[in-house]
Design a protein around this ligand. Sequence first.
Ligand code: GLN
Length: 242
Amino acid sequence: MNDVLDLRIAHLYAHFLNIYGDRGNILSLTHRALWRGIEVQVESIGLGESIDADRYDIYFIGGGQDKQQETIAADLLRHASTLRAAVDSGAVILSICGGYQLLGHYYRPAEGEELKGISLIDAFTVAGNRRMIGNVIVKRTDGSTLVGFENHSGKTFLGPGLPPLGKVISGNGNNGEDGFEGTHSGTIYGTYLHGSLLPKNPDLADEMISLALARRHGEIKLHPLDDTLELSAHKRALSLPT
Ligand code: GLN
Protein backbone atom coordinates (compact mmCIF):
# COMPACT_ATOMS: atom_id res chain seq x y z
CA MET A 1 0.00 0.00 0.00
CA ASN A 2 1.20 3.51 -0.74
CA ASP A 3 1.47 5.89 2.25
CA VAL A 4 0.68 9.12 0.39
CA LEU A 5 -2.99 9.26 -0.65
CA ASP A 6 -2.77 10.11 -4.31
CA LEU A 7 -4.73 9.63 -7.51
CA ARG A 8 -3.13 9.18 -10.92
CA ILE A 9 -5.30 10.00 -13.94
CA ALA A 10 -4.47 9.25 -17.59
CA HIS A 11 -6.25 11.48 -20.09
CA LEU A 12 -6.32 9.58 -23.38
CA TYR A 13 -6.15 11.57 -26.63
CA ALA A 14 -6.98 14.84 -24.86
CA HIS A 15 -6.36 16.85 -28.04
CA PHE A 16 -8.64 14.73 -30.21
CA LEU A 17 -11.49 13.48 -28.01
CA ASN A 18 -12.71 16.44 -26.00
CA ILE A 19 -15.93 17.80 -27.43
CA TYR A 20 -18.84 19.36 -25.49
CA GLY A 21 -16.61 20.12 -22.49
CA ASP A 22 -15.68 16.53 -21.69
CA ARG A 23 -12.45 17.79 -20.11
CA GLY A 24 -14.71 18.96 -17.29
CA ASN A 25 -14.74 15.37 -16.05
CA ILE A 26 -10.99 15.55 -15.42
CA LEU A 27 -11.49 18.85 -13.56
CA SER A 28 -14.25 17.36 -11.42
CA LEU A 29 -12.26 14.24 -10.48
CA THR A 30 -9.17 16.36 -9.80
CA HIS A 31 -10.81 18.99 -7.61
CA ARG A 32 -13.02 16.59 -5.68
CA ALA A 33 -9.86 14.72 -4.75
CA LEU A 34 -7.78 17.84 -4.01
CA TRP A 35 -10.56 19.26 -1.80
CA ARG A 36 -10.12 16.16 0.31
CA GLY A 37 -6.34 16.56 0.55
CA ILE A 38 -5.67 13.79 -1.98
CA GLU A 39 -2.73 14.49 -4.30
CA VAL A 40 -3.58 14.24 -8.00
CA GLN A 41 -1.44 13.75 -11.09
CA VAL A 42 -3.08 14.09 -14.51
CA GLU A 43 -1.03 12.89 -17.48
CA SER A 44 -2.02 13.18 -21.13
CA ILE A 45 -1.48 10.09 -23.30
CA GLY A 46 -1.36 11.09 -26.96
CA LEU A 47 -0.99 9.40 -30.32
CA GLY A 48 1.97 7.02 -30.46
CA GLU A 49 2.67 7.22 -26.72
CA SER A 50 2.82 4.24 -24.39
CA ILE A 51 0.83 3.48 -21.24
CA ASP A 52 2.29 1.96 -18.07
CA ALA A 53 -0.60 -0.31 -16.97
CA ASP A 54 0.58 -0.21 -13.35
CA ARG A 55 0.71 3.57 -13.11
CA TYR A 56 -2.79 4.92 -13.45
CA ASP A 57 -5.87 4.62 -11.24
CA ILE A 58 -8.29 6.29 -13.67
CA TYR A 59 -8.32 6.43 -17.47
CA PHE A 60 -10.49 9.03 -19.18
CA ILE A 61 -11.41 9.07 -22.87
CA GLY A 62 -13.80 11.75 -24.14
CA GLY A 63 -16.06 12.15 -27.12
CA GLY A 64 -15.26 13.19 -30.66
CA GLN A 65 -16.55 13.59 -34.16
CA ASP A 66 -16.18 10.61 -36.53
CA LYS A 67 -13.04 12.22 -37.99
CA GLN A 68 -11.27 12.37 -34.62
CA GLN A 69 -12.33 8.84 -33.85
CA GLU A 70 -10.80 7.69 -37.16
CA THR A 71 -7.57 9.47 -36.22
CA ILE A 72 -7.11 7.69 -32.90
CA ALA A 73 -8.88 4.31 -33.37
CA ALA A 74 -5.86 2.40 -34.71
CA ASP A 75 -3.64 3.89 -31.99
CA LEU A 76 -6.12 2.96 -29.26
CA LEU A 77 -6.07 -0.65 -30.51
CA ARG A 78 -2.37 -0.79 -29.50
CA HIS A 79 -3.46 -0.27 -25.91
CA ALA A 80 -6.22 -2.93 -25.81
CA SER A 81 -4.30 -5.46 -23.69
CA THR A 82 -2.78 -2.74 -21.48
CA LEU A 83 -6.21 -1.27 -20.71
CA ARG A 84 -7.61 -4.74 -20.07
CA ALA A 85 -4.74 -5.38 -17.63
CA ALA A 86 -5.32 -2.00 -16.00
CA VAL A 87 -9.02 -2.76 -15.44
CA ASP A 88 -8.14 -6.23 -14.12
CA SER A 89 -5.86 -4.48 -11.59
CA GLY A 90 -8.78 -2.29 -10.47
CA ALA A 91 -8.29 0.86 -12.55
CA VAL A 92 -11.39 2.89 -13.44
CA ILE A 93 -12.16 3.75 -17.05
CA LEU A 94 -14.59 6.57 -17.81
CA SER A 95 -15.47 6.80 -21.51
CA ILE A 96 -17.78 9.34 -23.08
CA CYS A 97 -19.64 8.94 -26.38
CA GLY A 98 -17.00 8.51 -29.12
CA GLY A 99 -14.53 7.14 -26.59
CA TYR A 100 -17.25 4.83 -25.21
CA GLN A 101 -18.05 3.56 -28.71
CA LEU A 102 -14.40 2.54 -29.23
CA LEU A 103 -14.35 0.49 -26.02
CA GLY A 104 -16.74 -1.91 -27.78
CA HIS A 105 -16.11 -4.28 -30.70
CA TYR A 106 -16.62 -1.68 -33.45
CA TYR A 107 -18.13 1.63 -34.45
CA ARG A 108 -19.67 1.67 -37.95
CA PRO A 109 -20.10 5.36 -38.92
CA ALA A 110 -22.58 6.56 -41.54
CA GLU A 111 -19.68 7.16 -43.94
CA GLY A 112 -16.18 5.73 -44.13
CA GLU A 113 -14.60 2.59 -42.78
CA GLU A 114 -15.86 0.65 -39.78
CA LEU A 115 -13.62 1.45 -36.81
CA LYS A 116 -12.40 -1.55 -34.82
CA GLY A 117 -12.81 -1.09 -31.09
CA ILE A 118 -10.74 -2.61 -28.28
CA SER A 119 -13.53 -5.02 -27.15
CA LEU A 120 -13.06 -4.06 -23.52
CA ILE A 121 -16.85 -4.18 -23.33
CA ASP A 122 -19.25 -6.51 -25.12
CA ALA A 123 -20.99 -3.86 -27.20
CA PHE A 124 -21.09 -2.52 -30.75
CA THR A 125 -22.16 0.76 -32.35
CA VAL A 126 -23.71 1.52 -35.71
CA ALA A 127 -24.66 4.95 -37.03
CA GLY A 128 -28.38 5.65 -37.05
CA ASN A 129 -30.21 7.75 -39.63
CA ARG A 130 -30.66 10.67 -37.22
CA ARG A 131 -28.58 12.50 -34.67
CA MET A 132 -29.69 12.05 -31.08
CA ILE A 133 -29.27 15.48 -29.53
CA GLY A 134 -30.57 16.96 -26.30
CA ASN A 135 -30.78 16.79 -22.53
CA VAL A 136 -30.88 13.35 -20.95
CA ILE A 137 -32.06 12.08 -17.57
CA VAL A 138 -31.07 8.60 -16.45
CA LYS A 139 -32.17 6.59 -13.43
CA ARG A 140 -29.66 4.14 -11.91
CA THR A 141 -30.69 0.91 -10.17
CA ASP A 142 -30.27 2.60 -6.75
CA GLY A 143 -32.88 5.16 -7.77
CA SER A 144 -30.40 8.03 -8.15
CA THR A 145 -30.53 10.19 -11.27
CA LEU A 146 -27.83 11.27 -13.71
CA VAL A 147 -28.16 14.28 -15.99
CA GLY A 148 -26.28 15.27 -19.12
CA PHE A 149 -26.40 16.21 -22.79
CA GLU A 150 -26.17 13.88 -25.76
CA ASN A 151 -25.16 14.48 -29.35
CA HIS A 152 -24.48 11.32 -31.34
CA SER A 153 -25.60 9.43 -34.43
CA GLY A 154 -24.13 6.18 -33.19
CA LYS A 155 -26.51 3.62 -31.68
CA THR A 156 -24.78 1.41 -29.12
CA PHE A 157 -26.11 -2.06 -28.32
CA LEU A 158 -24.88 -3.86 -25.19
CA GLY A 159 -24.19 -7.59 -25.13
CA PRO A 160 -26.52 -9.75 -23.00
CA GLY A 161 -24.31 -9.77 -19.90
CA LEU A 162 -23.28 -6.10 -19.94
CA PRO A 163 -25.28 -3.92 -17.54
CA PRO A 164 -26.36 -0.41 -18.57
CA LEU A 165 -25.46 2.66 -16.52
CA GLY A 166 -29.17 3.22 -16.08
CA LYS A 167 -32.61 3.55 -17.57
CA VAL A 168 -33.46 6.50 -19.78
CA ILE A 169 -36.09 8.72 -18.14
CA SER A 170 -35.88 11.31 -20.90
CA GLY A 171 -33.71 11.55 -24.01
CA ASN A 172 -32.33 8.71 -26.17
CA GLY A 173 -29.40 7.09 -24.38
CA ASN A 174 -27.49 4.26 -26.03
CA ASN A 175 -29.67 3.88 -29.09
CA GLY A 176 -33.06 5.51 -28.63
CA GLU A 177 -34.67 2.06 -28.82
CA ASP A 178 -34.07 -0.14 -25.76
CA GLY A 179 -34.52 2.53 -23.08
CA PHE A 180 -31.05 2.17 -21.60
CA GLU A 181 -28.09 4.53 -21.37
CA GLY A 182 -24.41 3.80 -21.11
CA THR A 183 -22.83 0.91 -19.29
CA HIS A 184 -21.33 0.28 -15.86
CA SER A 185 -19.54 -2.96 -15.21
CA GLY A 186 -17.10 -3.12 -12.30
CA THR A 187 -14.70 -0.22 -12.81
CA ILE A 188 -15.70 0.38 -16.43
CA TYR A 189 -18.05 3.29 -17.17
CA GLY A 190 -19.31 4.27 -20.59
CA THR A 191 -21.91 6.90 -21.34
CA TYR A 192 -23.30 9.27 -23.93
CA LEU A 193 -23.68 11.97 -21.29
CA HIS A 194 -21.66 15.05 -22.14
CA GLY A 195 -22.16 18.21 -20.22
CA SER A 196 -19.68 17.49 -18.83
CA LEU A 197 -20.99 14.53 -16.90
CA LEU A 198 -19.34 14.62 -13.48
CA PRO A 199 -19.69 18.23 -12.26
CA LYS A 200 -23.50 17.88 -12.20
CA ASN A 201 -23.37 14.29 -10.93
CA PRO A 202 -21.09 14.57 -7.88
CA ASP A 203 -22.02 11.21 -6.34
CA LEU A 204 -20.91 9.45 -9.53
CA ALA A 205 -17.61 11.36 -9.43
CA ASP A 206 -17.04 10.26 -5.83
CA GLU A 207 -17.98 6.66 -6.71
CA MET A 208 -15.22 6.65 -9.32
CA ILE A 209 -12.68 8.32 -7.02
CA SER A 210 -13.36 5.75 -4.29
CA LEU A 211 -13.04 2.84 -6.71
CA ALA A 212 -9.82 4.28 -8.17
CA LEU A 213 -8.23 4.95 -4.76
CA ALA A 214 -8.98 1.39 -3.65
CA ARG A 215 -6.68 0.08 -6.39
CA ARG A 216 -3.50 1.12 -4.51
CA HIS A 217 -4.76 2.36 -1.14
CA GLY A 218 -7.50 -0.07 -0.15
CA GLU A 219 -10.96 1.13 0.90
CA ILE A 220 -10.99 4.89 1.56
CA LYS A 221 -14.09 6.57 2.99
CA LEU A 222 -14.39 9.97 1.32
CA HIS A 223 -15.70 12.68 3.62
CA PRO A 224 -18.69 14.55 2.15
CA LEU A 225 -18.12 17.86 0.35
CA ASP A 226 -20.47 20.83 0.23
CA ASP A 227 -22.24 19.96 -3.03
CA THR A 228 -24.83 22.73 -2.85
CA LEU A 229 -23.75 24.15 -6.22
CA GLU A 230 -23.40 20.79 -7.93
CA LEU A 231 -26.75 19.55 -6.69
CA SER A 232 -28.51 22.76 -7.67
CA ALA A 233 -27.10 22.34 -11.18
CA HIS A 234 -28.31 18.73 -11.14
CA LYS A 235 -31.76 19.80 -10.00
CA ARG A 236 -31.94 22.51 -12.67
CA ALA A 237 -30.92 19.97 -15.32
CA LEU A 238 -33.77 17.70 -14.22
CA SER A 239 -36.21 20.43 -15.25
CA LEU A 240 -34.65 21.21 -18.64
CA PRO A 241 -36.69 20.44 -21.75
CA THR A 242 -35.71 17.22 -23.53
N1 GLN B 1 -18.95 10.51 -33.73
C1 GLN B 1 -19.77 9.71 -32.83
C2 GLN B 1 -21.27 9.79 -33.16
O1 GLN B 1 -21.68 10.72 -33.86
C3 GLN B 1 -19.55 10.17 -31.41
C4 GLN B 1 -20.01 11.60 -31.17
C5 GLN B 1 -19.56 12.13 -29.84
O2 GLN B 1 -18.55 11.75 -29.28
N2 GLN B 1 -20.34 13.13 -29.30
O3 GLN B 1 -22.03 8.95 -32.69
